[in-house]
Design a protein around this ligand. Structure first.
Ligand code: FES
Length: 125
């Protein structure tokens, strides 16, 4: 099980090697999540229309290793954009992947950019 988790590592804009096009802006729902695949990874993508920001993170919830985060409710906690896992409602920051509930479970996050109506996610491989 831990092997599945190992492939997810946070990528910052400075260590992007590949900007992978995942579709057009209109392919994604507003204010909720969708799931895309990159190599063996499942990645959740969220479009926050109120702030005009996009976020991406691993789809795998590290609590019970369920591929569910793209189905989670999104929102913010004191200004930090977050997703709540649909299973047991753990809240993860979409900025740094930390668990806003305080325990040490963490998720990997990925940069997203929009160019000419296309959505790209940054990967380090
Ligand atoms: S599986 Fe996500 S909070 Fe339990």
């Amino acid at each position: 099980m831990q092997d599945i988790l190992k492939q997810y590592e946070t990528v910052s804009e400075t260590n992007v090697k590949t900007w992978f096009r995942v579709g057009e802006v209109n392919d994604f729902p507003q204010n909720s999540g969708a799931c895309i695949k990159y190599k063996t990874k499942q990645i959740a993508v969220y479009n926050f229309t109120r702030t005009d920001k996009w976020y991406a993170c691993q789809n795998l919830c590290p609590h019970k290793m369920e591929m569910v985060l793209s189905l989670g409710m999104i929102g913010d906690k004191e200004g930090i954009p977050k997703v709540a896992c649909p299973m047991h409602k753990k809240n993860f920051s979409l900025e740094d992947g930390s668990n806003l509930g305080g325990d040490d479970l963490k998720i990997a996050t990925y940069p997203v950019k929009i160019e000419n109506g296309n959505v790209y996610i940054g990967f380090s491989d």
